[in-house]
Design a protein around this ligand. Structure first.
Ligand SMILES: [Zn+2]
Length: 433
C-alpha cells in the first residue's frame, strides 16, 4: 500500500475505535488464514456460516459480537463479505463516448471507429482539453458511485495521455484522486496503450523506457501495463516492458487476447507478469501454462457483454486452478460500468461460475493482483476491516441481476456509506448521531 494510503488510514482510525456487527445470516470466510490468493479449483471451500464480526482501531479482532463496541450494527438477514476490490479500471478519465456505443451497436467495429479518430484517441483528446479539476470531479464522482456499490479499493490506470508528459499528468491526477476518495487505490502506468500519432511502436517503447526513472520518482505507479493487439503492440514489446518492470521494481500487467489470439499468455507468465487481462481469445493450449502460474487471469465480463465479444473459457480456467479475478474495466469506451454486483451477475450467468467463485474473484484474488492481499481482500483477524453489509444472502447478487444489494460499506472499521434504509440497524455513540 502506498504512503498516501497509510496516511489516509491513520486519519480514518480517529473515529470510531471499535465496531461490532452481529447476527449476520452469512459471513464469507476463507478456508484458512494467511493465503495470498486462492486458486479457483478451491473456491468451493469458502464458508458462508452465520456469525458476527468485531473491529478495533480499523482491524478485524474477532468473529463474535462485542456488546461494548462504540458502534453496534444489527445484521439480521444480511451477509457480511469483504469490500469489493476492482482490480481493473481506467480511472482517472473525463468525458464519455455514448455516440460510439450507438455506432458499435449499429454494426461499426472498434477498429473502424479507431480509424475515424474514435476509441482511445477520442478519450485522449478529451483528457488533453479538460482541466485537472474537471478530470478529478468526474473521476471522484464515479469513485463515490463505486463505493455505494461496495468497491472499497480499486486500481487506477493512466493510458489516455499518449505522450510522456500527459501520462505523467494522468498518474499525478491518480495520486490526487487517491487523496480525495474514501477507497484505497493503486496506480498502474498504462504507458503502452496506443501508438501515439506520428510515432511507430518501437520508437514509443524507447521513449517509455527512457521515462521510467521519472515514472518511478514522480508517481505512485506500482505496475506498468501494455495493450497487446494487432492495432497496438506485440509480444516482443511485452517482453521489452517486462525488462523495464523488473529493472524498476514494478509489477507487469497486460491487456491480452481481447480481439484475437496472439499467444501472449505463455509469454506473459514466463516474463513474470502479475496479471493477464481480458483473455477472450486465449487459445485452449495456453490454459495449463496460466493455471500453473503465479499470474492472475483478470476477466472483464462487462466489456465482453457491451462489446458483444465472445466469452473467455472462464469455466475451464477456474476448473484448471487459475487465479481468477473479475474487474469492471471501467472506461469511457468499451465498459462504462462501475458496479461489481453487476459484474458478479454477468460472471455467474455467462461463465457458469458459482457465487463463491465470483466473490473470490472480487476479493482476495483481486487484492493479490494489486499487491494488497496481506492487508485486505478477506475477513481475517488482524486484517484491515474493509467489509460490506449486503441486505440479503449472497446468492441474490447474481439472481436479482442489476440490483445493488449494498446496505453499508466499511473501510478500516469506519462506516463510509450507509444506505438510508439501513440506518436503523446502527447504534451510534452520541457524538456521531
Ligand atoms: Zn482495460
Amino acid at each position: 500500500m502506498n504512503t498516501q494510503n497509510t496516511e489516509k488510514q491513520q486519519e480514518e482510525l480517529q473515529v470510531p475505535t471499535s465496531l461490532s456487527v452481529k447476527n449476520a445470516a452469512q459471513v464469507l470466510r476463507m478456508p484458512e488464514d494467511g493465503l495470498p490468493y486462492l486458486r479457483h479449483d478451491r473456491a468451493a471451500e469458502l464458508t458462508l456460516d452465520a456469525g458476527s464480526l468485531s473491529t478495533q482501531d480499523g482491524r478485524i479482532t474477532d468473529f463474535s459480537h462485542d456488546e461494548s463496541a462504540e458502534i453496534r450494527v444489527d445484521a439480521s438477514g444480511c451477509a457480511i463479505v469483504p469490500g469489493f476490490v476492482d482490480a481493473h479500471t481506467h480511472l482517472p478519465f473525463v468525458g464519455w463516448r455514448a455516440e460510439e456505443y450507438a455506432q458499435r451497436v449499429g454494426g461499426t467495429s472498434y477498429e473502424e471507429l479507431a480509424a475515424l479518430g474514435g476509441g482511445i484517441a477520442a478519450s485522449a483528446r478529451a483528457f488533453a482539453e479538460a482541466s485537472d479539476d474537471a478530470v478529478l470531479e468526474q473521476s471522484g464522482s464515479l469513485a463515490h458511485e463505486m463505493l455505494m456499490h461496495g468497491t472499497t479499493a480499486f486500481e487506477c490506470k493512466s493510458g489516455y495521455g499518449l505522450s510522456i508528459e500527459a501520462e505523467l499528468r494522468a498518474l499525478r491526477l491518480a495520486m490526487e484522486l487517491d487523496k480525495q476518495v474514501e477507497q484505497h487505490t493503486v496506480s498502474t502506468a498504462l504507458l503502452v496503450h496506443a501508438v501515439p500519432p506520428g510515432l511507430d511502436a518501437d520508437t514509443w517503447i524507447d521513449q517509455v523506457k527512457a521515462a521510467m526513472p521519472e515514472i518511478r520518482d514522480k508517481t505512485a505507479a506500482q505496475a506498468v501495463d501494455i495493450f497487446v493487439e494487432t492495432v497496438a503492440f506485440s509480444n516482443k514489446h511485452l517482453e521489452h516492458l517486462a525488462d523495464c518492470a523488473s529493472e524498476f521494481g514494478l509489477m507487469l500487467r497486460c491487456h491480452v487476447e481481447q480481439f484475437a489470439t496472439h499467444h501472449s499468455v505463455p509469454v506473459a507468465p514466463s516474463v513474470g507478469a502479475r496479471s493477464v487481462d481480458h483473455l477472450t481469445f486465449m487459445h485452449a493450449d495456453d490454459r495449463a501454462k496460466l493455471a500453473d502460474a503465479e499470474c492472475a487471469a483478470v476477466l472483464l465480463p462487462g466489456a465482453e457483454f457491451l462489446g458483444e465479444e465472445r466469452c473467455p473459457r472462464a469455466r475451464e480456467l477456474a476448473h484448471a486452478g487459475a487465479i481468477c479475478v473479475l474487474g469492471t474495466d471501467l472506461n469511457p469506451g468499451t465498459s462504462p460500468i462501475i458496479s461489481i454486483p453487476l459484474i458478479i451477475g454477468l460472471a455467474v450467468r455467462r461463465y457458469s461460475w458459482s457465487i463463491r467463485e465470483a466473490l473470490l474473484a472480487v476479493s482476495l484474488n483481486a487484492a493479490w493482483t494489486l499487491g494488497l492481499s496481506a492487508q485486505i481482500g478477506s475477513l481475517e483477524v488482524g486484517k484491515q476491516a474493509d467489509f460490506l453489509l449486503l441486505d440479503g444472502p449472497v446468492e441474490e447478487i447474481p439472481y436479482r441481476f442489476g440490483r445493488n444489494p449494498v446496505a453499508a460499506c466499511f473501510i478500516a472499521g469506519r462506516p463510509v456509506y450507509v444506505r438510508p434504509d439501513a440506518k436503523e440497524r446502527f447504534e451510534l455513540p452520541a457524538t456521531m448521531q
